[in-house]
Ligand binder design. Structure first.
Ligand code: KFV
Ligand code: CO
Length: 151
C-alpha cells in the first residue's frame, strides 16, 4: 500500500462526526441556532437507511442522521443507546488502497466502497476492532475516481 510504503498517515483529516438523532429537522434547527452553522447538503440514502444533513464546521462537517426505520443501523443504535455520537468519518486519499491495506487487520463492514454524502466514496470499519468506535473512511468526490462498487 502506497501510504504505508511512503510512511504517510492513512487518515488525512477528520471529515465528519456522525450524530444519531430522532428528528432531523429539530436537530438541524438546534445546530443552526446554537452554533450558526450552515447546511451544505441534505440527502436520503436508502442503502444506508438514513436521512441526513451535513453542516459545515471549519474544514469538516457535522453529519446529523435520522433513521429511515427501526431496522437500520441508526434505528438500532437509537433503540439501544439513544441519541448521540454514532460514528467518526476520516478522510483518505484512496479508499480502495486504504481498504486493501486494512483488510488483513480490521474487520471491514464494507468490502467495497459505497455511495456517501455529497458524492463521496465511503466504507465502514467495525467498531469491535476499533475500541467501540464505528469508523468510516471517506474519499471525497473531488478528485475521486468515480468507482463506487455497488453505489
Ligand atoms: N458504534 C459503536 N458500536 C456500535 C454501533 C456504533 N454506531 N452500532 C452498533 N454497535 C455495537 C452494538 O453496541 C453491539 O455491541 C454490536 O455493535 C451489535 O449491535 O458489544 P455489543 O453489545 O455486541 P447491533 O446488533 O445493534 O448492530 P449490528 O446489526 O451488528 O450492526 C452494527 C454495525 C456497526 C455493523 C452497523 O451499524 C453498520 O453496518 N454500520 C455501518 C453503516 C451505517 O452506520 N450507516 C449509517 C451512516 S451513513 C453515513 O454516515 C453516510 C451515508 N455518510 O456519507 O457519511
Ligand atoms: Co458518515
Amino acid at each position: 500500500m502506497l501510504a504505508t510504503i511512503l510512511n504517510q498517515p492513512l487518515l488525512t483529516r477528520i471529515d465528519h462526526v456522525g450524530i444519531a438523532c430522532r428528528n432531523l429537522e429539530e436537530a438541524v434547527e438546534k445546530y443552526q441556532r446554537l452554533f450558526c452553522l450552515t447546511v451544505v447538503s441534505t440527502e436520503v440514502n436508502e442503502a444506508q437507511g438514513v436521512r441526513e444533513a451535513m453542516l459545515g464546521a471549519g474544514p469538516g462537517y457535522i453529519q446529523l442522521l435520522e433513521p429511515l426505520g427501526p431496522d437500520t443501523p441508526v434505528g438500532k443504535f437509537l433503540a439501544r443507546r439513544g441519541e448521540g455520537i454514532h460514528h467518526i468519518g476520516y478522510g483518505v486519499d484512496d479508499i480502495q488502497e486504504a481498504l486493501a491495506g486494512l483488510r488483513p487487520n480490521v474487520r471491514l463492514i464494507d468490502e467495497r466502497p459505497r455511495h456517501g454524502s455529497m458524492g463521496a466514496s465511503i466504507a465502514f470499519l467495525h467498531p469491535a476492532d476499533l475500541g467501540g468506535v464505528l469508523t468510516e473512511l471517506v474519499q471525497p468526490a473531488t478528485g475521486a475516481k468515480g468507482i463506487y462498487g455497488d453505489a
